[in-house]
Write a protein of this length. Structure first.
Length: 320
């Protein structure tokens, strides 16, 4: 049966798990647990329905025991050098680092829109560099109504190569995420990249040396991939990681991208396999959640952050 959860049920779950979350948090801060991992637990507010600016996100991340926080390029670009240094000092005091930033370039639309947004990228990337942000991420649409696979591949390769060169000049890596569910390709004439191996082909064609993967347990599972696919990678191949579970009782080919579950909520996705493979290759970047989950989105900001950090720590307890 699919897991159904009301807002009241969700709050009860968070409250019941508070002691456990505090226990793991204390162990982590004391260095007595979770010492085998290099990956960081990252707060990405928009991915969990929390409306927070950069400063508010930092406060929430520190309050709830996260280790990293998403970087907001537009906000960072609005600061002068002294303000950025003050922000970095605040992060350090709070025991936080920046995770990844979303790519502020519109590469999915027409040439004019791409060129205009690309023109702004150097200024935004400069701000990210000053703030110490070395990872930038985005996702690819898995189908098109007008472009064949080869034409779409060529367009993505050309545009993302231009993006990657700007980022490379500033010591930054670009992570690309594929979208795995078959339902995400339905109704569109031409299918496009929707698996790890296809994304690797695009990355190789881009050829700048600073482009890697955004791995999401949801897309990894819906694409029919296994731990062996992750173990074949190097740590440097992975820029960012998302951790999600899937609703129970729904065949993988019928899963809908906008209806996911929190990590370890159902056990449908073999997160132990996924995480242990990442840990084995030495992945050292941010791990965030993006469940598109209504009960989570209906919570207040503090309740949502508490639920997410609890789920992430539960997932990290799967590491061997």
């Amino acid at each position: 049966m699919p897991t159904q959860c009301t807002r009241r049920d969700f709050v009860k779950t968070v409250a019941a798990g508070a002691t456990t979350a505090a226990f793991f948090g204390n162990l982590s801060r004391s260095g007595a647990a979770e010492v085998r991992r290099k990956m960081t637990l990252c707060l990405a507010p928009g991915s969990i329905g929390v409306k927070a600016d950069q400063r508010q996100a930092i406060v929430l991340a520190h309050k709830h025991g996260f280790e990293a926080v998403e970087a907001f390029p537009q906000y960072l670009a609005s600061l002068n050098e002294a303000q950025i240094q003050e922000l970095r000092a605040d992060l350090k005091t709070k025991g936080l680092v920046f995770g990844a930033a979303g790519l502020p370039v519109d590469f999915r639309q027409d040439d004019a829109r791409f060129a205009q947004s690309l023109q702004a990228l150097p200024r935004l990337a400069d701000a990210l560099q000053q703030a110490g942000v070395a990872r930038v991420r985005t996702w690819l649409t898995p189908a098109s109504g007008s472009l064949t696979y080869l034409k779409n591949f060529a367009q993505h390769s050309k545009r993302l190569r231009e993006v990657a060169r700007v980022l490379k000049d500033r010591g930054q890596r670009l992570g690309l995420e594929y979208v795995g569910p078959p339902t995400s390709r339905q109704g569109r004439r031409f299918h496009f990249i929707h698996s790890l191996v296809e994304m690797q082909e695009l990355i190789a064609d881009i050829g700048t040396g600073n482009v890697g993967l955004v791995l999401d347990s949801w897309h990894w599972w819906t694409a029919g991939e296994t731990a062996a696919d992750v173990l074949a990678l190097k740590a440097a191949d992975v820029v960012s990681v998302d951790l999600n579970d899937a609703p129970a009782g729904i065949p993988v080919e019928e899963q809908l991208d906008g209806r996911r579950e929190m990590p370890c909520a159902t056990g449908v996705i073999p997160l132990a396999d996924f995480l242990n493979a990442l840990n084995q290759i030495g992945y050292d970047g941010p791990v965030r959640v993006e469940p598109f989950n209504k009960p989570l989105n209906d919570l207040g900001d503090d309740e949502a952050c508490a639920a997410v950090i609890q789920a992430l720590r539960k997932a990290m307890a799967l590491l061997k």
